[in-house]
Design a protein. Sequence first.
Length: 232
Amino acid sequence: MFFETMLGSVELDLTIKLLLAALAGGLVGFEREKHGRPAGLRTNLLVAVGSCVMMIVSEAFYLKYGMSDAETTLRLDPSRVAAQIVTGIGFIGAGVILKEGASIRGLTTAASLWTVAGLGMAFGMGFFSLGAIATVLVLVSLSLLKKLDPIMKKDSFLTLAVTAVNREGLIEELQEVFTDCKLETLNPNSHVDLVANELFYQVVITQQTQHIGHELTETIKKIEGIKKIHYH
């Protein structure tokens, strides 16, 4: 057998590596599942176990064929599999990132998937201490650090969209409302529907208070010709 084992049994070594990877991925996935994230328990567990399997297979290829005669054309580099795992997990991470106006959701979940892949790779290589320490750090960052959000001052954004009867001076009146409320705006966008004679105006508002959306709605709806107001 080409494996050199620490515990005297190839099957036992493989089982321990896979179980530890599954445990690490499951713990991280449970935290994500509890908060209703799209990549939850099963996804994180599968990513960790899959990464572990690929690292074991990479090591197996090298141990089985890497000691071939130097005169052969066969050349093996076990690090290539690890590099492809890191690249491949990016496709899964991209699938959980959602952009809604100025808001982006899923970055933490994507980062957790990327990290879980690393945990699986660590356990797959038999680097148990690294995997265990990293798992604890990931769980601390996902659960405990989240409690700091209420006390951290962060810039916030609100996307406001207004549909109104098309008339001159309407955009200026809207901008005057923003100025009176001491709000900063970004990315203004507008277009006119000539058939319906409607103006659509959208803007991103920064540095707003928690309930500014409701306050703005109450102010803007008093402007002549306003039909719809939407914010998120």
